[in-house]
Write a protein that binds this ligand. Structure first.
Ligand SMILES: [Zn+2]
Length: 247
């Protein structure tokens, strides 16, 4: 019987399970050619916690590392569990005011703001059930675009500037941006924040059409356009990340 000189390492498992505080959490395992150390991250695409190893890293050591980061892993995964899906019965803020989502089967798919029998605000989504989430998101994106176009127009007129293009996207890292060519883009999720926050973001990006930096001059322009800018900045730093937990 031939004895192999080198024992072939067992392939990595797809996932390992980390226990923390009596609960167990799945962690996906992957190797990366350029990784130099063990690292953990949350994939915003798949909502999984991913443990990355260098090509020759030891799975045992990587698992020890993940175990040592159990609190971090548990916090991330528990947070995902608190997401509010775009579905019937969900409570979604619109311009800072909680609205209950109501799905109504109907031949035509439209979305309207309404109030229920008790006078509470609702968003009624008509059409087939599988399209509720997409219709609701499209509706919120349209509302965001409408409010942002208006706010940008007002601020741009005040400053005597003209943006090239205004787009509304699903950005994760930034609420708004202004390109060197004068294109403004914003996150559609701002429509869920109180209106003064969306108005501030519009003022901030329009101010960049005059000052492409965050200098004292820039902030003076922002303050002249929007007296509530500090309050809005504070809201974004305390509450902003919650807007990513919807849909
Ligand atoms: Zn800026």
């Amino acid at each position: 019987m031939a004895i192999p000189l080198f024992r072939r390492a067992a392939p990595d498992p797809d996932r390992i399970t980390i226990t923390h505080g009596g609960d167990s959490f799945p962690v996906r395992v992957t190797r990366h050619a350029r990784a130099r150390r063990y690292s953990l991250r949350l994939s915003s695409k798949t909502n999984e916690v991913i443990l990355t190893l260098p090509p020759r890293g030891s799975l045992h050591a990587a698992t020890d590392f993940a175990v040592s980061q159990g609190a971090w892993i548990a916090a991330r995964i528990r947070r995902i569990a608190t997401r509010t899906p775009f579905a019937h019965g969900a409570i979604i803020p619109l311009r800072g005011i909680d609205h209950r989502v109501i799905h109504r089967p109907a031949p035509r798919g439209v979305v309207t703001e309404a109030t229920d029998a008790a006078g509470a605000p609702t968003i009624a989504v008509y059409g087939d059930a599988p399209h509720v989430a997409r219709r609701l998101r499209d509706f919120l994106t349209r509302q965001a675009k409408r409010d942002l176009l208006l706010a940008v127009e007002i601020h741009a007129r005040t400053l005597g500037v003209t943006p090239s293009r205004i787009s509304v996207k699903d950005t994760v890292s930034r609420w708004g941006s202004c390109s060197a060519s004068g294109n403004l883009s914003f996150s559609w999720r701002l429509i869920m924040a109180p209106s003064f926050v969306l108005h501030y973001l519009a003022a901030h990006e329009v101010a960049h059409l005059k000052e492409m930096n965050h200098s004292t001059r820039f902030w003076r322009i922002v303050a002249s356009l929007d007296p509530r800018w500090r309050e809005a900045e504070r809201w974004l730093s305390h509450e902003g990340s919650k807007l990513h937990l919807y849909g």
